[in-house]
Design a protein around this ligand. Sequence first.
Ligand SMILES: Cc1ncc(COP(=O)(O)O)c(C=O)c1O
Length: 347
Amino acid sequence: MTKRIKPSRSFASDNNAGVHPNILRAIAAANSGHVVAYGADPYTEVAVRKFREHLGNDVDVYFVFGGTGANVLGLKAATENYHAIVCAETAHINVDECGAPEKFTGCKLLAVPTQDGKITSEQIRPFLHGVGFEHHVQPRVISLSQCTEMGTVYTPRELKTLSEFAHRNGMLLHMDGARIANAAVSLNVELKEITRTAGVDILSFGGAKNGMMYGEAVVFFDSNLSKEFKYLRKQGTHLPSKMRFISAQFAALLSHNLWRTNAERANRMAQVLARELEKIPQISITQKVQANGVFAIVPPRYVPVLQKKYFFYVWNEETSEVRFMTSFDTREEDIKDFVALVKKTLK
Ligand SMILES: Cc1ncc(COP(=O)(O)O)c(C=O)c1O
């Protein structure tokens, strides 16, 4: 028998949370009998239908194991290896994917500096000078994260401006939507408004951070881009044989507003956490709290002390900026206990 592990709580990542009970129930419900493997099953059919209800009848949806895979394969579908992908310096594809986007697409990433994780078309314009010039990589995709890695959120208008800029200049808009649900809740809009309506071409749709066990989706809003994707997914080792268990999770997440309920809770808890931390004079909040991330400067000597009890990540070693994340299962009492410890430690 495995020794029982005592559950603990943390503010390290929404990936550190468990699985929402409705999702677990959906997995259990899918666990009966045999179905055809690799996606030709009724659970996948239902899940794809759910995606179409939310994002439009003509979207092409492909399930994959994880978010890095979704980003890499989505970008691969849109590029040749002489292309460039423009993204924020802070983008997950730029800092947290071990060079996988460069390795698998062969593209150069052109990373632009940003204070708040967001990029603007003005920052991308200088890269257009090399278009058509054979000595330069050719900018092909703007990749942005919604929410950003700094916990901020693009408005529908900002997204539209970026997509129009991309399309005017022969580029595509890719969205890393690992936290797309948190963004939609933050803006109080439907998922469609910040994807299809905003002009996104390819979307990595996150599941794990919003209460699923694992699984993400690559969504194409233009079927010309997805024509050969099934080969890329298999070759890229992201074709799940028992796909029904990812599909069943997505079907549950996209039903009865579970995606929204989970993200609402996470976002609300981030507001509570930020409000409490703001009251502590030695701590300063560094980013707008728009979704489920709280960024703050904590004096460096206290960081390891706090991390012992509640693990969290230091985002910037130089400035001692740390990241606290809330999730669908964060409770007010978790925040109360954590803030009490912070106050005691920093006294
Ligand atoms: C913005 C963003 N994109 C993508 C991912 C997906 O990563 P993974 O490959 O760990 O599922 C993450 C995970 O932390 C993320 O924060």
